[in-house]
Design a binder for this molecule. Structure first.
Ligand code: NIG
Length: 387
């Protein structure tokens, strides 16, 4: 059944068509069969009138730790009172995740995925990294593959308490990688003081690459860790966080294809300085925006909040932030320009879109904090924004 969607006050496409007003589109078989001015819309089997709302591509959330257990709100409260964020808090979530049953982990991950969908997210990545032994990482990878579109192997999140560093790196590059690689598209490493140094990170990334995985790095979150330089040197698909960038890091990102993924909700929750988003865009770097949903440093699925923050506090324009949270996320996942590309609305492409209770996407930043989501369409299937 084809469906003609009318009453679109503003349609953001992220294609050569740009942003249309008074538009319509046709959805058929989970794909966009037509889009353009409402006056030229073809007939279809059924009709859906959106009553003057804005439509834009669904969010592509390229960084999350969706499969986890436990609550770290006490640590959050301490941080808001001035205690610094430290990588070691990860072990609390590891303990809770190991103690949870498969059913509990799956139920929580599904709840978060459904929450994200109601908020307009149509593509979501999920990382392992709260298992940190072969059995637990495999379990987290399996559950991540059930709830997320793209899985990233992050056995190198931290060295677990009590483990010998060298033996743990051997495990991450050996038996653990062998157990998880079938579920994952990317290998990632937390290259940071308190986690892994540059040489350990390089070894872990190269082992992942040898197993056929593309590369991601958690880099320069808490200081100038060398993670950004390493990511660019190795041709990583993305380097995420980027809070502390030297001039050389900025130049390296600007002259590479490595996507700089910004995580505004995490920056607020950990009281880290924001990355130089304006400078990155002005220098020509490719920028993505993601939620970093996890119970420790960023417990939100709201891409709308991240976009509003990037505009209101990081000096991106609304158009730049929308692009970063859709096409930028797709690039960070290697999903732009592929047959199953996401982040754009184009004829023949996936019908993954979101509808706002507003006439323009600019209301996402103009009316911050207001629940503006009306519905999400995922592969042609409509989901109401109200639970
Ligand atoms: O992306 N930075 C490292 N990993 C997560 C934090 C996880 C945690 O604190 O539990 C992040 O922010």
């Amino acid at each position: 059944m084809s469906q003609l969607v009318t009453g679109i006050a503003e349609l953001t496409t992220h294609t050569e068509l740009g942003t249309l007003t008074d538009a319509a589109l046709v959805v058929d078989g989970g794909r966009v069969a037509w889009l353009g001015p409402a006056a030229q819309a073809p007939a279809a089997d059924e009709r859906l009138d959106l009553g003057g709302r804005a439509v834009l591509p669904g969010w592509v959330d390229s960084h999350s730790h969706l499969v986890s257990a436990g609550d770290r709100s006490a640590e959050f409260v301490d941080r808001m009172a001035g205690r610094p964020y430290q990588a070691g808090g990860i072990m609390q979530t590891v303990a809770a995740t190991r103690a949870a049953s498969d059913e509990e982990l799956l139920a929580r991950a599904r709840r978060l995925r459904a929450e994200a969908l109601r908020g307009g997210t149509t593509t979501m990545e999920a990382k392992t990294g709260y298992g940190l032994d072969v059995v637990s990482e495999t379990r987290v990878a399996l559950i991540s593959a059930e709830v997320a579109d793209v899985v990233t192997y992050l056995g190198a999140h931290v060295v677990p308490e009590g483990a010998d560093r060298r033996s743990y790196v051997d495990l991450v590059t050996g038996d653990m990688l062998a157990a998880v690689e079938a579920y994952a598209s990317f290998v990632d490493v937390f290259c940071e003081t308190g986690a892994f140094d540059v040489e350990e990170s390089r070894e872990i990334l190269l082992a992942g690459r040898a197993a056929g995985l593309a590369l991601k790095v958690h880099g320069n979150q808490l200081g100038e860790s060398g993670g950004v330089a390493l990511a660019v040197e190795l041709g990583a698909t993305s380097v995420d966080h980027c809070n502390h960038l030297s001039a050389a890091d900025l130049d390296a990102l600007a002259s590479s294809d490595t996507v700089a993924t910004l995580l505004p909700a995490c920056d607020l929750s950990t009281r880290q300085p924001f990355p130089p988003a304006r400078e990155l865009v002005d220098a020509g770097a490719t920028v993505a925006i993601a939620s970093n949903c996890n119970p420790g440093s960023s417990y939100t699925t709201s891409m709308a909040f991240c976009v509003a923050t990037a505009v209101l506090q990081q000096r991106l324009t609304l158009e730049e932030a929308l692009w970063a949270a859709t096409v930028g996320g797709a690039r960070a996942l290697g999903l732009d320009g592929t047959p199953d590309a996401v982040g754009r609305l184009a004829v023949g492409g996936r019908a993954d879109l979101q509808v706002l209770d507003a006439p323009s996407a600019r209301h996402l930043a103009y009316r911050p904090g207001v629940p503006l989501h009306h519905a999400t369409c995922l592969g042609g299937v409509w989901h109401s924004a109200r639970p």
